[in-house]
Design a protein around this ligand. Sequence first.
Ligand code: EPZ
Length: 437
Amino acid sequence: MSQITVRGGKPLNGRIELKGAKNLVTKAMVAALLGETPSVLKDVPFISDVDIVSRLLQLHGVAITHSEDGVMSLDPSDVASARMVDIDAHAGSSRIPILFCGPLLHRLGEAFIPGLGGCHIGDRPIDYHFEVLRKFGAVIEELPNGTRLSAPKGLKGAKISLPYPSVGATEQVLLTATRAEGLTELSGAAIEPEIMDLISILQKMGAIISVDTDRVIRIEGVKELHGYTHRALFDRNEAASWACAALATQGDIFVGGARQQEMTAFLNVFRKVGGAFDIQDDGIRFFHPGGELNPVVLETDVHPGFMTDWQQPLVVALTQANGLSIIHETVYENRFGFTDALVQMGAQIQIYRECLGGNPCRFGQRNFYHSAVINGPAKLTGADIRVPDLRGGFSHMVAALAAEGVSNVTNVQLISRGYEHFLDKLAALGADFEYSE
Ligand code: EPZ
């Protein structure tokens, strides 16, 4: 198991460069399956989630190359069914395979999806996905080792309403409806920037998709799609992570490739907490301007709200703010597990079942510890900690870098699921650490 020994208490200073968003790139790769001709995706990061999706696509006959500078070509000319046992080898590794359903049904008339993985931040059911696929006419059979799908009568456009604006379920609809027969109307859709970028890609491929007001997306099915060339949207979750790392360590980080527009909600909070930023053409500089940090009250939400993936690194910075902060997590029911390690390091954080500091959410009456109160400033000291999930793990690393003394952080390979060249970036920012396999 990989481990990092960190000697903390030093500011992170320097420049890092972002590539495309993990949460867009992996879906754009799946979209390539829908085309009859090759696609080219630029700014594809070298992260393990991309590796997993590449391997699954290759199992289905897609030829893939990924050059050093992040250009990926995907040739789906020879798409073919894969052996169940080979697909099953990827069980538990990612959540993206659920998005293969629509494209594989269109290309092959059948699909087999392995058991899903991903971060343990709640139950993460896939009921919306199956419900949506059934509406298009898919027949779903749950097997002990995965799910088999077929579409004996083909896939037909449908009127769909999501009970919650789920990112994945919206992508499921987009990837299935573009080649389904007739019109699809999706209400209650998620409208995250990564989804808008996926829509741009599908439009480049020949799809007809309109985004209307009030979370309604309309898709007119077309018979055939072709390949695309596209530069992926930057990773705004990674940008926010490094911004919080700068704040928590009293540092100064220029995040190359970050853009203002997709991060407005984050930038407002960053400024309220007392962080400073300077928006330039080629990125955003995030820094601690000196003085005290301020506490905040906020709730995470779907776009255009404050993203759930931003709260974990922000919590670390808030341990250094002067007073009580409250965070109400409304997207996942169980996303404060990572705070145990911060408490072990000296942070004062209490988690509650109640919906604190915001509107009542769907987790309020259900016994989920989904609100956190953070009392700062707290002196953090090094500890032995284990990375629990991707964003929580990044936060642990930031806490270790901000803390006085030595921390041993294990299970750090999880961080490379979503942060490209994580250790190189830490080194470039002047972090004092050693890595061992
Ligand atoms: C995507 O997950 C991202 N993952 C997550 O990022 C991100 O936190 C999330 O969207 C919200 O922005 C990827 O893009 C790979 P959802 P997704 O469907 O699509 C419930 C990271 O660290 N739900 O929008 O799986 C669900 O349980 C990851 O990069 C159902 O109940 O999220 C959750 O409470 C973590 N049934 C809520 O909806 C379903 O069938 C939102 O989930 C599907 C979802």
